[in-house]
Write a protein that binds this ligand. Structure first.
Ligand code: MF3
Ligand code: CO
Length: 276
C-alpha cells in the first residue's frame, strides 16, 4: 500500500518512556516462555501462558482480533515464516519456533519476537538463527538520524542474502509503532542504501527480519494467516522495537533477559553435558 503522503508520528521523550514499558513487557513475556520452553510443550500452552502474564501486568494482548487474528500470540514453527496459529502439536527436539507477541500497555504498543531452538538442532539451522539475529542488529545500527529507511533495509539484506545466500522475504515488512500496531513507514528487509524516507529523532520502528534458509518465496495457508516457505525449508524471525536517535538507536525491547533464561533452560536439558 502506498499513499501519496505518509503519516508519521514522532514521539516525545515521555511517550518513548511509555513505549519502553510496553516493549519491556513483551520482553518479559518472552522471558517467561524461555524459562519453560521444551520438547513436548504445545504452542497453545505458550499462548495461554503469555495471555495470562500480559493480563496480570495490566496490559492487553494486541494481536487478538487484530484484523480478525484468532489468537493472542503468533507461534511460527520451522517452515512457518510468521503469523502461525498456536496449536496442540507438541514441539519436538530440533524444532525452531518464532514467538511474536504484541501488547497494549497504557495505550502504547509493544511488538516484538524471538526465535527459540528446541533442544539441539542442525548446524545449518543454528547458523540461520544466529545470522538472522545478527542482521537485526546490523539494521538497528543504521537506525540513526539522517540515515534513510533504505540504509536499514540494505544492512539486513546485505548480511543475510548477499553474505549467506539466504532468502529475504519480500511480502512482509517491519513498520512504525506507537498508538497503533502498524504505523508508517513500512520497513522492508531488502533495499538500497540512500533510498526512502529520511529518519528523524524519536521515530519508533519495529524492525523484523524474516529470513529463509532456502529461497525467498512464501505462500499463505488456506487459514488466511499462516505464512510458509514455498520450499518447505525453515525460516527465522526476530523483531526489536527501536527508537531512532542521533548517534545510536535506542532499543526499547530487551533480549538480554530472554537470552539469560534461554541459556539457563538449555543447561537443564538432559542432552546437555554436565559441566563442573
Ligand atoms: N509482529 C507482527 C506484525 O507486526 C505480528 C502481527 S500479527 C497480527 O505484523 F495478528 F496482529 F496481525
Ligand atoms: Co511487527
Amino acid at each position: 500500500m502506498s499513499h501519496g503522503k505518509n503519516l508519521i508520528y514522532y514521539k516525545t521523550d515521555a511517550e518513548i518512556a511509555l513505549m519502553k514499558q510496553a516493549a519491556l513487557l513483551v520482553s518479559k513475556t518472552l522471558t517467561e516462555v524461555a524459562k519453560v520452553l521444551k520438547a513436548g510443550m504445545t504452542t497453545m500452552q505458550i499462548d495461554t501462558l503469555c495471555a495470562a502474564f500480559i493480563k496480570d501486568h495490566k496490559a492487553i494482548p494486541s494481536f487478538y482480533k487484530y484484523g480478525g487474528y484468532p489468537h493472542n500470540i503468533c507461534a511460527s514453527v520451522n517452515d512457518v515464516v510468521v503469523h502461525g496459529f498456536p496449536n496442540e502439536t507438541p514441539l519436538k527436539e530440533g524444532d525452531i519456533v518464532s514467538i511474536d507477541i504484541g501488547v497494549i500497555l497504557n495505550g502504547w504498543h509493544g511488538d516484538h519476537a524471538y526465535t527459540f531452538v528446541i533442544g539441539d538442532t542442525s548446524d545449518e539451522i543454528k547458523q540461520l538463527v544466529r545470522v538472522t539475529k545478527e542482521s537485526l542488529y546490523k539494521g538497528i545500527e543504521k537506525a540513526i538520524i539522517n540515515n534513510r529507511i533504505g540504509d536499514v533495509s540494505f544492512a539486513i539484506q546485505e548480511h543475510t542474502e548477499r553474505k549467506y545466500g539466504y532468502g529475504v522475504v519480500r511480502e512482509l515488512v517491519g513498520h512504525g509503532l506507537g498508538k497503533s500496531l502498524h504505523e508508517d513507514p513500512q520497513l522492508p528487509n531488502y533495499g538500497m542504501r540512500g533510498n526512502g524516507m529520511k529518519l528523524k529523532e524519536n521515530l519508533v520502528l519495529a524492525i523484523e527480519p524474516m529470513i529463509n534458509l532456502g529461497t525467498k518465496d512464501v505462500y499463505t495457508d488456506k487459514d488466511g494467516w499462516t505464512v510458509r516457505t514455498k520450499d518447505g525449508k525453515p525460516s527465522v524471525h526476530f523483531e526489536h522495537d527501536v527508537c531512532v536517535k542521533r548517534n545510536k538507536a535506542l532499543i526499547l525491547s530487551d533480549y538480554s533477559i530472554i537470552e539469560e533464561a534461554e541459556q539457563a533452560n538449555q543447561n537443564l536439558t538432559p542432552s546437555a553435558p554436565i559441566s563442573f
